[in-house]
Design a protein around this ligand. Structure first.
Ligand code: DAH
Length: 346
C-alpha cells in the first residue's frame, strides 16, 4: 500500500498533463480526486484497514498527495484558461484596437426639453409648480371658468367627453386646457399665489401641421395685492427672454376668454428674424404663444378672494408650437409619432 501512493502520484500527474480541455480536466478530477470513486479517495478510505504502523506513514503521504494534486489541478485549469485567451487573441477573433460599440442613449423629448427650460425660468421667478388631473370635471374645465353649458364660448374648445355610463350631458371630460387647475388652486389657497401648471390638454380636432388632439400647456396664475397687466407682461417677457435671448419682445393683443378681463393673445417677436418676417414665423414676424389676461373678479369672488383687495393675472401657453419653432419642426404631428429618426435629432 505504501508503494501505491508514489505510483498514483506519477500516474495522476502524467494524466493531468494530458488533460487539454475543460471536459478532460473534469474527468480527471472525478477519476483521481472524486468524492465517490476517486482513486486517492479510495486510498484514504483504505487506511483503516492498514496495520497501525503503516497507517501513519501512508496517511501522511496520501494527504500530502491530495494537496499536491488539488494544486496541480488548479494550475492546469488556469493554464488552459490563459491558453484559450492567447489563442483567441492570436486567432484575431478579438481585435482589441477596435473602438467600443456605441451605447444606446436615451434622450429627452423636444417638448420635454422646452417644458423644462420654461419651468426653470418660472421657478427662478418664484413660481411653484403644481399639477391637475387630465380627466376633469365639467365644473372645473368650464363652469367655474365662467363658461356655462349653453355659452357659445364652449365652441372654442372641441371637447372629448368621457363616457362614465351616466346619461348625457356628461360631466367628465378630457381637460381641454390647463386652466381648470387655476380653480383647483384658488379653492385651496389664499393669496399670495404664484403657480405654474404644466400638463397635457386634449381637443377633438381634425389634425394638421399645426393641430393635434393632444397638446402640452403651461398655465400661469398669480394672485396678490396690486398685480396689474404690467406684471403679467413683465413675467412673460422675463421667461421668454430667458429662453430665447434678452433682445426678445412680447406683444399682447386684445382677445376674449370668459375667465379673464381684459383678455389677450400673447405673441413674441420671432427669434429667427427679430420681427422682419421669415419662414419660422410664416412671414408675420411674430410667434403665437397663447392666451392671457387679468383673472375675472367674479372668479376671485367665488373663490372667496376679495376682488377689491386682490387682483390676479393668468396665462396659458402651448408648448408644441414653441418647440416647433425652436427646433424647426415643420409638422406638429411629428412630435408624437414616436419615429426614432425624428426623435434622435434632439
Ligand atoms: N386656456 C386657454 C386655452 O387653452 C388659454 C388661456 C387664455 C389661458 C387666457 C389663460 C388665460 O390662463 O388667462 O385656449
Amino acid at each position: 500500500m505504501a508503494d501505491t501512493v508514489p505510483h498514483l502520484r506519477t500516474e495522476a500527474l502524467a494524466a493531468l498533463a494530458e488533460a487539454a480541455d475543460d471536459a478532460a480536466l473534469a474527468t480527471w478530477h472525478v477519476r483521481y480526486l472524486g468524492r465517490k470513486e476517486g482513486r486517492l479517495t479510495g486510498v484514504l478510505r483504505g487506511l483503516a484497514q492498514l496495520p497501525v504502523e503503516e497507517r501513519r506513514a501512508v496517511g501522511a503521504a496520501a494527504n500530502a498527495l491530495k494537496a499536491e494534486l488539488e494544486a496541480a489541478y488548479e494550475e492546469q485549469r488556469e493554464a488552459l484558461r490563459r491558453m484559450a485567451v492567447r489563442q483567441a487573441l492570436e486567432g484575431g477573433s478579438v481585435d482589441v484596437t477596435l473602438p467600443p460599440r456605441p451605447r444606446a442613449r436615451g434622450r429627452l423629448h423636444p417638448v420635454t426639453q422646452t417644458l423644462r427650460q420654461m419651468l426653470d425660468a418660472f421657478r427662478s421667478m418664484g413660481f411653484s409648480i403644481v399639477e391637475g388631473p387630465e380627466v376633469e370635471l365639467d365644473y372645473y374645465n368650464f363652469e367655474a371658468l365662467r363658461i356655462p353649458a349653453d355659452h357659445p364660448a364652449r365652441d372654442m374648445w372641441d371637447t372629448l367627453w368621457v363616457d362614465d355610463g351616466t346619461p348625457r350631458p356628461r360631466s367628465l371630460l378630457m381637460r381641454t386646457h390647463t386652466s381648470p387647475a387655476q380653480i383647483r388652486v384658488m379653492e385651496q389657497h389664499q393669496p399670495p399665489i404664484r403657480i405654474v401648471v404644466p400638463g397635457r390638454a386634449y381637443r377633438h380636432e381634425a389634425t394638421d401641421t399645426t393641430h393635434e388632439w393632444m397638446m402640452t400647456q403651461v398655465e400661469v396664475l398669480a394672485v396678490d395685492e396690486g398685480l396689474t397687466l404690467a406684471h403679467l407682461k413683465g413675467t412673460l417677457l422675463g421667461v421668454m427672454q430667458r429662453l430665447f435671448g434678452s433682445e426678445r419682445r412680447i406683444r399682447l393683443q386684445c382677445s376674449y376668454f370668459p375667465f379673464v378681463e381684459p383678455g389677450a393673445e400673447v405673441a413674441m417677436d420671432c427669434f429667427n428674424c427679430a420681427g422682419t418676417g421669415c419662414a419660422t414665423c410664416h412671414q408675420s414676424g411674430w410667434i403665437e404663444m397663447g392666451g392671457a389676461g387679468m383673472v375675472h373678479p367674479e372668479i376671485l369672488e367665488r373663490m372667496g378672494i376679495d376682488p377689491a383687495r386682490y387682483t390676479g393675472f393668468a396665462a396659458g401657453m402651448g408648448l408644441e408650437r414653441l418647440a416647433m419653432q425652436l427646433y424647426g419642426v415643420p409638422d406638429m404631428r411629428f412630435f408624437y409619432q414616436n419615429d426614432l429618426r425624428m426623435l434622435q435629432q434632439f
